[in-house]
Design a binder for this molecule. Structure first.
Ligand code: NDP
Ligand code: 2IT
Length: 444
């Protein structure tokens, strides 16, 4: 099947999965040339095999809430591709989770993990369970129920889950505890574990830090200094918090953060002390970003995203499709010259088109946010060796990996006029490695 026929086939066979179609379409649009240069790929129907997940588990998760009511949710694990290593990818708990979203994330993860230089295949899992407003005991019972079903499909050399939206250190701890009880082994089948039981230093920071390291690489190609640059960040969870932490330490000025209810705009910039407040608010009290505006007397905009605020650089770090075409045009009109994605697929196809047309520095999530899964890979290595590395060592390896990913993007994405199309660069580099590995291992 030809690359351009695959999307139609997927839409026919898997209707009503728009996010999955969107992620596949973006990749197919950029790899067509290299795909057509390799007739052996078409003969092996490689593209169809690469777009359809290897397998999907879906199951009911039953748990009891604090009132004694019996609740059910759906649980899933999409094992997309293991050509270059064990299935690897996060678990998302959010009311919006469905198969379309998990299939897009698992597909993206396969290319992202390929770019990291580490031996990891792609997967994603999750549930439509919403952690919002749940007690600690409810979260624990839900995590245990989820793993009661999932445990037999994962393992240190088969499939290694981690966190994503709604799943952080607390949830990974509860899931890993139940996993060990059932599997009776202690080899680190999750990443993002607590530091006391096999977790890696710098894993919590890795996605946000890694995104800033990638941004620095992009800025370097233009000789631009990050100091005093005005940055808009969306989200206020794991990725957003450590993005802001690193930006502050480099002297940039972060003026926005958000959650699903709205965003805050702080013209003075969010400083270290204010970030500490946000971390406590979000990680401990599980409060709303609106409370920041009340405490510091700044603007809060309910039900909106921060892209109309003037900035030099935008770092979307909340969720998919959070920058649409209008948002992209607003960013560009306000002088934004770099967008580096902490979230997965935060820009719609129309927004991406605007960024590429304007020839700004634009880093897609599968390159810019790969630091998280990279340090997950390093956590797996440490677990296999039964030792742990210092924070400095892990941070240096993270920097090296992000620089390597950037170099791969330059290699495959530099156009004749010198503009670097990071979308094309990341997709082609990620694709070629998986494609070669699949070809070498036969028709499966
Ligand atoms: P968290 O759950 O820690 O934080 C998510 C943040 O985004 C919260 O502020 C949340 O607000 C907001 N958010 C979530 N869903 C929506 C929505 N539908 N609309 C608006 N805001 C929303 O998740 P992470 O920080 O871990 O993940 C953020 C993004 O980064 C995701 O796209 C994830 O896939 C991606 N990512 C994460 C990695 C990781 O290592 N954790 C690695 C690579 C990418 P609220 O509190 O109101 O829900
Ligand atoms: O989207 C992602 O890369 C993640 N949520 C992290 C996956 C991981 O296995 O660390």
């Amino acid at each position: 099947m030809k690359a351009n026929e695959v999307l139609d086939m997927l839409k026919r066979r898997f209707p009503n999965e728009p996010e999955y179609h969107q992620a596949v379409s973006e990749v197919l649009g950029t790899i067509e040339d290299v795909y057509n240069e390799h007739p052996e790929f078409e003969k092996a129907n490689l593209i169809e095999r690469l777009c359809i997940p290897d397998r999907i588990f879906s199951f009911r998760v039953t748990w009891v809430d604090d009132k004694g009511q019996v609740q059910t949710n759906m649980g899933y694990r999409v094992q997309h591709n293991n050509a270059i290593g064990p299935y690897k990818g996060g678990v998302r708990f959010h009311a919006s989770v469905n198969l379309s979203i998990l299939k897009f994330l698992a597909f993206e993860q396969t290319f992202k993990n390929s770019l990291t230089t580490l031996p990891m295949g792609g997967a994603k899992g999750g549930s439509d369970f919403s952690p919002r407003g749940k007690s600690n005991a409810e979260i624990m019972r839900f995590c245990q129920a989820f793993i009661t079903e999932l445990w037999r499909h994962i393992g240190p050399d088969t499939d290694v889950p981690a966190g994503d939206i709604g799943v952080g250190g607390r949830e990974v701890g509860y899931m890993y505890g139940m996993y060990k009880k059932l599997a009776r082994e202690n080899t680190g089948t999750f990443t993002g574990k607590g530091i006391e039981f096999g977790g890696s230093l710098i894993r919590p920071e890795a996605t946000g830090y890694g995104n800033v390291y990638f941004l620095l690489q992009m800025l370097k190609t233009k000789g631009i200094d990050i100091k005093d640059k005005v940055v808009t960040v969306s989200g206020s969870g794991n990725v957003a918090q450590y993005t802001v932490e690193k930006l502050i330490s480099l002297g940039a000025k972060v003026v926005t953060m958000s959650d699903s209810d709205g965003y805050i705009y702080d013209p003075e910039g969010i400083d270290r002390e204010k970030l500490d407040y946000i971390m406590e608010l979000k990680n401990l009290y599980r409060g709303r970003i609106r409370e920041y505006a009340e405490k510091y007397g700044v603007k809060y905009v309910a039900g909106a995203r921060p892209w109309n605020e003037k900035c030099d650089i935008a770092m979307p770090s909340a969720t998919q499709n959070e920058i649409n075409g209008d948002d992209a045009r607003a960013l560009l009109a306000n002088g934004c010259f770099a967008v580096s994605e902490g979230a997965n697929m935060p820009s719609t196809p129309e927004a991406i088109e605007e960024f590429l047309k304007a020839k700004i520095l634009y880093a897609p999530g599968k390159a810019a946010n790969a630091g998280g899964v990279s340090v997950s890979g390093l956590e797996m290595t440490q677990n296999a060796q039964k030792l742990s590395w210092s924070a400095e060592e892990v941070d240096q390896k993270l920097k090296d990996i992000m620089a390597n990913i950037h170099a791969q993007c330059l290699k495959y994405g530099t156009q004749e006029d010198g503009y670097v199309n990071y979308v094309k660069g990341a997709n082609v580099a990620g694709f070629m490695k998986v494609a070669k590995a699949m070809m070498a291992q036969g028709i499966l």
